[in-house]
Design a protein around this ligand. Structure first.
Ligand code: NDP
Length: 240
């Protein structure tokens, strides 16, 4: 198959949390479909591992953007840089997230609460704010936000994480509703339990061997990034 026949050939895709886990696998899957990946995460070393993995497969190198998503002006600068270099953004995957502190909701430290809200919610709003014009310019702009079953399945001791994911879903659905008359499509992906560092932190007693690999979740997620995806404002629960 020619590279130009790939479904995301010549497309530019931004993935947050691409340094490991589901984001890393999503960046790989998008690159295999022909996209040029802009990979974000705090760890430069882990982003370089992604770049090495892409090159080892003979894929185009990614553009690595190591920064903390709580640096909101940096998100604005990234939008400006993408506009100057490519003039558009075809795919936005808001995947980066943190688990935060599990425990009684009244025991959560204010700093921990604020950090979780900033990473899981506010950063995604800032991404929308900065990338919306670029998605609208793209021929088939696609945005996917990675949520969790915890947004809707509320249980004791998971309060802050659940609050942020419920807010993220409201944010993404609001954004999707504003775009019905455009060619931009915005959806939400719930990966379910996946074998990552976050899951191990949440469920330390669980045997990770029983869980799907990030690549399996990524295969589902990237379907929402394709020009052929017509859904708008829907929540997709992973089938793996
Ligand atoms: P990991 O902990 O493995 O990866 C999280 C990613 O987010 C890392 O790349 C990390 O990069 C990035 N990140 C975290 N904080 C920041 C920050 N302040 N600035 C920039 N990047 C940040 O988690 P998963 O891969 O498991 O999770 C990915 C998404 O999937 C999350 O939104 C999570 O809530 C969701 N999810 C995961 C499930 C699972 O079972 N794994 C289940 C349901 C939902 P770095 O540390 O380099 O900054």
């Amino acid at each position: 198959m020619l590279v130009t026949d790939l479904p995301l050939a010549d497309r530019v895709a931004l993935v947050t949390g691409a340094s490991r886990g589901i984001g890393f696998a999503t960046a790989q899957a998008l690159a295999r479909m022909g996209a040029h990946v802009i990979a974000c995460g705090r760890s430069k070393r882990l982003l370089e591992d992604l770049d090495d993995a892409l090159k080892a497969e003979g894929l185009a190198p990614a553009t690595l953007v190591p920064f903390d998503l709580r640096d909101f002006p940096a998100i604005d600068r990234l939008g400006q840089a993408i506009f100057e270099r490519w003039g558009r953004l075809d795919v936005l995957v808001g995947n980066a997230g943190q688990l935060g502190q599990l425990g009684p909701i009244g025991h959560v430290k204010p700093d921990a609460w604020n950090e979780l809200m900033e990473v899981n919610v506010t950063a995604n709003w800032r991404l929308i704010r900065s990338m919306d014009p670029l998605l609208r310019i793209a021929e088939t702009g696609r945005a996917v936000f990675v949520s969790s079953g915890a947004a809707r399945r509320i249980r004791a001791y998971w309060g802050p994480y659940s609050v942020t994911k419920a807010a993220l879903e409201a944010l993404a659905k609001s954004y999707a509703a504003e775009l019905v008359e455009t060619h931009v499509r915005v959806n939400i992906f719930n990966p379910g339990p996946v074998r990552t560092a976050m899951r191990a932190k949440a469920m330390p007693g669980e045997n990770p061997e029983t869980l799907p690999q990030p690549a399996e979740a990524a295969t589902e997620l990237v379907k929402l990034c394709l020009p052929s995806c017509t859904a708008q404002g829907e929540i997709f629960d992973s089938k793996v």
